[in-house]
Design a protein around this ligand. Structure first.
Ligand SMILES: Nc1nc2c(c(=O)[nH]1)N[C@@H](CN(C=O)c1ccc(C(=O)N[C@@H](CCC(=O)O)C(=O)O)cc1)CN2
Length: 288
């Protein structure tokens, strides 16, 4: 069996068209959605992600504001920038690019973003709402994965989903969203003993470990759906995921590539959350 390739580029395109028409409708009604991205420091990967976010936001027809701050900025100064954006009615989504320099308390900064503009879905209030299935902004990467599964016709209810990784941004919310769609969910992590005994049971395997080509065909059941969240460099410096794609694609039924899989969906879902936020702002007359 050779796996079907689930392309985040293709699915993302489809969703971005839907977003564009939502944005146009909103603009016709007098409200232009706006996204502000704060970048602290000069991490090259973060610079690339922020540049791509800016380009995608403009392509979607939204207002894009980029705030670039030096790595030496104090926590207090950074919080002031967030507060200004919280009070700006032309901005409906605020994102602080992570990671932040080590002298800044990431949790404090996330908490300072208005939950109504937290299009990353990282604010504790929004995390709580997600946990109990209330409508809120869902974290972009796991939200994007759910869209990929659903739009690829992959059934979730009753399936055994195994999530490797327990980060607040990906692993934990991923399991929760799968659970809400009636999957049976197992979390594995760096302290899990005999990892393969769990991953071999997975109908849907989510790899979010951060280790190049860690998941091999020895970890995978025949016909499983493989979602690779990893972004690493291999021994030749080439971008690769957490999954050993070439060997696993021979036994999986479907697989996401790296690049071109989960990554592009992260930015797509950010745009979707920003549109959702602007639509709410319009209803309560907080959009100008
Ligand atoms: N505030 C946030 N910070 C970070 C997030 C986040 O969701 N919110 N996620 C990551 C980085 N990230 C977005 O910010 C992100 C990572 C990767 C991609 C992507 O499209 N990857 C491409 C490959 C890109 C390349 O060539 O290097 C792919 O997989 O095809 C988009 C967004 C950490 N920080």
């Amino acid at each position: 069996m050779t796996a079907k390739v689930i392309s985040g580029v293709e699915i993302g395109k489809e969703i971005r068209e839907e977003i564009k028409s939502g944005v146009n409708k909103l603009i016709e009604s007098g409200c232009k959605p706006g996204l502000a991205v704060i970048l602290v420091g000069e991490d090259p990967a973060s610079q690339t992600y922020v540049k791509n976010k800016n380009k995608s936001t403009i392509e979607a027809g939204m207002k894009s504001e980029q705030i670039k701050l030096p790595a030496t900025i104090t926590e207090e100064e950074l919080l002031k920038h967030v507060d200004n954006l919280n009070n700006d009615d032309s901005i409906h989504g605020i994102l602080v690019q992570l990671p932040l320099p080590s002298h800044i308390d990431e949790d404090l900064v996330i908490k300072s973003i208005s939950p109504d503009k937290d299009v990353d879905g990282f604010h504790p209030q929004n995390v709580g709402k997600m946990m109990i299935g209330q409508e809120t902004f869902l974290p972009c990467t796991p939200h994007g994965i759910m869209e990929m599964l659903e739009r690829s016709g992959i059934e979730i209810a009753g399936k055994h989903a195994v999530v490797i990784g327990r980060s607040n941004i990906v692993g934990k919310p991923m399991g929760q969203l799968l659970l809400q769609k009636d999957a049976t969910v197992t979390y594995c992590h760096s302290k899990t003993k005999d990892l393969a005994s769990f991953t071999k049971q997975a109908d849907i395997l989510i790899a979010a470990i951060g280790k190049a080509k860690f998941v091999t065909k020895e970890h995978v059941k025949d016909g499983a759906v493989i979602i690779d969240v990893g972004m690493n460099r291999d021994e030749n410096g080439k971008l690769c995921g957490d999954v050993d794609y070439d060997s696993v694609k021979e036994i999986a039924s479907a697989i996401t590539p790296v690049p071109g899989g989960v990554g592009p969906m992260t930015i797509t879902m950010l745009l979707k959350n920003t549109l959702q936020s602007a639509e709410i702002a319009k209803r309560i007359e907080k959009c100008n």
